[in-house]
Design a protein around this ligand. Structure first.
Ligand code: UT7
Length: 329
């Protein structure tokens, strides 16, 4: 009988731009306060990319670190997958720009758009490609530069977002199977609660769309919050069930870092003590497709996770989309 192909996680990496924007800096830009932002969101500061530092550049730096950690040369990668909603351009894909930066030729490269759940969607795609036998070594990146599509006069949104990138190298294996389960969901009927109105085919760019600031994120925060909590709980519980693990088996929960109150509400509903929940929102803000992978990378590199530990990632974002994955480090 043919042996089943498993997926091994070979390494992770991450990168945040150097420039720090604190809540005190934001107080000078919009009518807000460190106190409001800290208590309502848990965010204290976020990183902001430079004008000449596109998404593919952050992706490149995170990928280089992940490849080094995995002890893999770029030329050994046979597929590049980038989860992002802030691509360098509408096309070509950011994955193609990344491919050139990594000096890899010919291998397939494409982007996927699932907002803040993008990295978890990516894990599912990488798993399916590897298990099918089509590709052996996949570079998966979660990256976003939301600060480049932020309306800096809108205090409802501009205090929330940051830029960052995380990467993972996954490989076919006959010995290991590190992706224990993935659960994904989406509901497009909520698309009007968190979106970027213009620049696509439904509202091509015109002087009017620019004047109306329709190329920046629009969000109905309260409504998003209300749906985010139950969907994250649903996704986390489903993925846990499919993994055939119990809550006690999970060393660390890594939730999407959008709002500290969402994280605490999800943990409370699931009965997870906060000391088993990873939080880095205070220094990153919401980095969309990059949150779960950058948090995972930090947990590994700071020694909070060690080989063999089981981790659950869970995310929620525009679409709406949601997803969770139980993985072994
Ligand atoms: O990545 C996944 C998608 N995103 C999310 O998951 C975000 C989900 N939503 C949230 O995190 C929260 O809803 C927010 C942090 C966005 C807002 O928190 P909230 O507790 O829901 O506040 P609110 O929108 O109900 O606003 C409360 C008050 C309002 O004033 P009034 O109308 O009560 O006088 C706002 O105008 O707070 C005001 N406000 C602010 N005040 C100071 C809104 N933004 C700010 C601000 N600084 N930055």
């Amino acid at each position: 009988m043919k042996k089943k192909i498993g997926v091994k996680i070979l390494g992770t990496g991450s990168y945040f731009p150097k420039k720090v924007l604190t809540n005190l800096d934001l107080e000078k830009i919009v009518d807000t306060s460190d106190e409001w932002i800290s208590t309502r969101t848990g965010i204290k500061e976020r990183r902001v990319s430079e004008k000449n530092e596109p998404t593919s550049e952050l992706a490149f730096k995170a990928s280089t670190e992940a490849l080094k950690f995995a002890n893999i040369l770029p030329g050994q990668i046979d597929m590049i997958l980038v989860a992002t909603v802030t691509p360098d351009m509408l096309f070509p894909s950011t994955a193609c720009f990344l491919q050139t930066k990594l000096n890899i030729s010919s291998v397939p490269a494409f982007d996927l758009s699932a907002s803040c759940s993008g990295f978890i969607y990516g894990i599912s795609i990488a798993k399916a490609f590897i298990e099918s036998g089509l590709y052996k070594k996949i570079l998966l990146v979660g990256v976003d530069e939301l600060t480049k599509i932020t309306d800096w006069t809108d205090r409802n949104t501009c205090v929330l977002f940051g830029d960052g990138a995380g990467a993972m190298v996954l490989s076919a294996s006959y010995e290991d199977d590190d992706i224990l389960s993935v659960f994904l969901g989406a509901d497009g009927s909520y698309s009007n609660l968190l979106f970027l109105p213009a620049g696509g085919t439904s509202k091509p760019t015109t002087l009017d769309t620019i004047n109306e600031k329709l190329h920046t994120i629009k969000m109905h925060g309260k409504e998003v919050f209300r749906v985010a909590v139950p969907k994250m709980v649903l996704a986390a519980e489903k993925a846990l069930k499919f993994s055939e693990k119990r809550l006690e088996d999970i060393k660390l929960f890594i939730p999407h870092q959008a709002n500290m109150r969402i994280i605490e509400a999800v943990a409370k509903k699931m009965g997870i003590p906060m000391d088993k929940v990873f939080v880095n929102i205070h220094k990153t803000g919401n980095v969309s497709s990059a949150t779960t992978i950058t948090a995972l990378d930090e947990a590994i590199k700071t020694g909070r996770l060690k080989n063999g530990d089981i981790v659950e990632l869970v995310a929620f974002g525009g679409g709406f989309t949601w997803g969770a994955a139980v993985i072994k480090i």
